[in-house]
Design a protein around this ligand. Structure first.
Ligand code: M6R
Length: 608
């Protein structure tokens, strides 16, 4: 999600910035720009679209200088367009930013009251105005940035360049990545190591709450509170390819590990912890709209459909509104009964899936209100919908959806809480308790990820299996489906997901000692029933792999037990899916398949 590059050195920096941004392309972006200091002025060039468009602009209208900053923008606030591309300039100050400024609405209001004019729809422009104001009050650039950081809230990595000083770039980091590259008479900064490797293999990772100033001579690092930081550079030995994946063997594994951050970004600034309501702005569903909903229809495909099943369950439970989840590819071909009073929720990572788009259009034509739950700003489904609830998972490169799935679960859970509160079916105290636990989930997910080595050893034990079953009940039934989909799509092992109660109606016939049966056994309201289903599997010698939050539960039943932290029932899927993603990843990797680009599959399915 967004890429930052900064350079202070002796060479013409525009080509260096452009090349650095190219190394960050994998992060996803929809516009790009640079600001280069020519010794007197700041020259900004920006373009919507890919880096080739920025390259064309620079070829037509070159910039010269040896200090500059650059950016690839993945739109969050404001459409992907040239006016919203970074750098953003106010007075003498140019800023690039990765992340979200949570309190941008109030800050923008107050800046406008002070007569400041805005030229973009971004939250970032606020930073440029604030730093400019602080320098006008006489503060040096470093101190002006520090003052600004004291008033902004949220996630950011920023790089700031001032017309008044071509010798330095000021940087700051909180919850978005930023790394410095140390060279001979040259310093760089970037969102990720690959952008630096052509110039430096010695890097310094900034930590949250730190700021830095880079000049040709080196870096000065301090905490925002003013404590000097001494940190030695570390030598990077990864290949460029490895570096782009953050040292992970595959993008999928990287994305699985990025899930806690994706969740934090999806929740950030959205949930009003006190009353359990979401900011209605982007969704367009206020309290009265929520009360008017007669029925909810989810439309989605693949993994997003599994998230929709989760949403359906929680909406019924918390908002007491009838809800159905439909495969988008089937919906429009059966003359569906849908229309006024229906809230249709189109769930899609890409926002471009042809089946989901067509089904949502069909529902819109019949009078339903459309809410898009998508990860890509300005995507087709977001554009056609009446309102949008974005998941902020960042770009997902692996074809197998992982972090986008958990971000969808999180977004739909927030929505269910919001609708429950708005419709008066969910009490304030219960909502507060749920939200209080919700914000703990990223941390618990990190704990679940720590079990990766154990999951790998379980994967090794089922490496040569031809088939596998996944069982879960209640909210875990969607996770069983998702676990099976993950395994089949990347390892090519035939896998089926079932609601546990269905076993005795057919699939039990498949079970023998060669059949791995992955059983979701969190301590929830269906645990007892699930344990009966597991007994049925054990009685046929099935090889039980139990996903539990309490190891004593499956002690005498399971061949392997994988533990995740305990949480409340509504949030359990956010944790139990983690070992299933890892299991499919390791089975696939050990079998030597192309994990990130499995055969026959595409990341975005734009055909019906
Ligand atoms: O972009 P979408 O979420 O609409 O995509 C839907 C499916 O194509 C997608 O989830 C697919 O099933 C993934 N490969 C699952 O990992």
């Amino acid at each position: 999600m967004c890429g930052i590059i900064g350079y202070v050195g002796t060479e013409e920096c525009a080509p260096i910035l452009l090349e650095g941004l190219r190394r960050l392309e994998y992060r996803g972006y929809d516009s790009a720009g640079v600001a280069v200091h020519d010794g007197r002025e700041l020259n900004v060039r920006r373009a919507a679209g890919k880096l080739t468009a920025l390259g064309d602009v620079l070829a037509r209208d070159p910039v010269h200088g040896t200090t500059g900053i650059g950016h690839t923008r993945w739109a969050t606030h404001g459409k992907p367009a040239e006016r919203n591309a970074h750098p953003h300039v106010s007075g003498d100050i140019a800023v690039v930013h990765n992340g979200i400024i949570e309190n941008h609405v109030e800050l923008k209001r107050s800046l406008k009251e002070q007569g400041r004019e805005f030229h973009s729809d971004t939250d970032t422009e606020i930073v440029a105005h604030l730093v400019d104001l602080a320098t006008q009050r006489g503060l040096d650039l470093f101190e002006a940035v520090r003052e600004t950081l004291k008033v902004i809230r949220g996630a950011y990595a920023i790089a700031v360049l001032s017309r008044a000083d071509s010798s330095r770039i000021v940087l700051a980091k909180n919850a978005s990545p930023l790394v410095l590259g140390v060279g001979e008479g040259v310093m760089l900064a970037a969102s990720d190591v690959p952008a630096l490797l052509a110039h430096s293999r010695d890097v310094i990772f900034l930590e949250d709450g730190e700021m830095a100033e880079i000049t040709r001579k080196g870096a000065r690092i301090e905490t925002v509170a003013g404590v000097a930081v001494e940190r030695a550079a570390v030598r990077i030995t990864w290949s460029l390819m490895q570096a782009e994946r953050g040292g992970y063997k595959h993008f999928m594994l990287k994305e699985v590990h990025e899930q806690p951050r994706a969740l934090e970004d999806t929740l950030r600034g959205r949930v009003l912890l006190e009353d359990g309501l979401l900011e209605p702005g982007e969704m367009g569903i206020g309290v009265d709209d929520a009360k008017a909903i007669k029925r909810v229809v989810f439309l989605a495909c693949g993994t997003s459909f599994h998230a929709a099943l989760h949403g359906r369950y929680l909406l019924e439970a918390l908002a007491r509104v009838p809800a159905v989840a439909e495969l988008a590819s089937e919906f429009r071909y059966r003359d569906p009964v849908v229309g006024e009073g229906d809230l249709v929720i189109a769930v899609s990572q890409s926002g471009e899936t042809a089946d989901t788009l067509a089904a949502a259009k069909e529902a819109k034509e019949r009078g339903a209100r459309i809410l898009a739950v998508v990860n890509v700003q300005g995507s087709a489904i977001a554009r056609m919908a009446h309102g949008t609830l974005y998941t902020h998972a960042g770009p997902e490169i692996g074809v197998a959806s992982t972090k986008c799935f958990t971000a969808q679960l999180a977004a739909l859970t927030m929505l269910a809480i919001h609708l429950g509160r708005s419709r008066g079916t969910l009490g304030a105290e219960k909502a507060r308790a749920l939200l209080g636990e919700f914000v703990q989930i990223p941390h618990k997910m990190r704990t679940a990820l720590e079990g990766a080595k154990h999951v790998e050893s379980v994967a090794r034990s089922i490496l040569h299996t031809r088939d596998a079953l996944f069982l879960g009940r209640g909210l875990s039934s969607a996770i069983a489906l998702e676990g099976a989909l993950k395994l089949k799509e990347i390892s090519y092992v035939h896998a089926e997901g079932y609601a546990g109660g269905e076993m005795k109606h057919g699939p039990l016939a498949l079970v023998d000692r060669d059949m791995p049966v992955v059983c979701l056994l969190p301590s929830d309201s269906t645990l007892e029933k699930m344990l009966s289903n597991v007994q049925e599997v054990r009685a046929r010698d099935g090889n039980v792999i139990a996903i539990v939050d309490d190891e004593s539960v499956a002690k005498d039943l399971a061949t392997y037990t994988i533990k995740v932290p305990a949480t409340v029932e509504a949030l359990t899927p956010l944790l139990t899916i983690v070992p299933l993603q890892l299991l499919s990843y390791y089975v696939a990797d050990l079998r030597g398949t192309d994990v990130d680009q499995p055969r026959n599959l595409a990341k975005t399915v734009t055909v019906e």
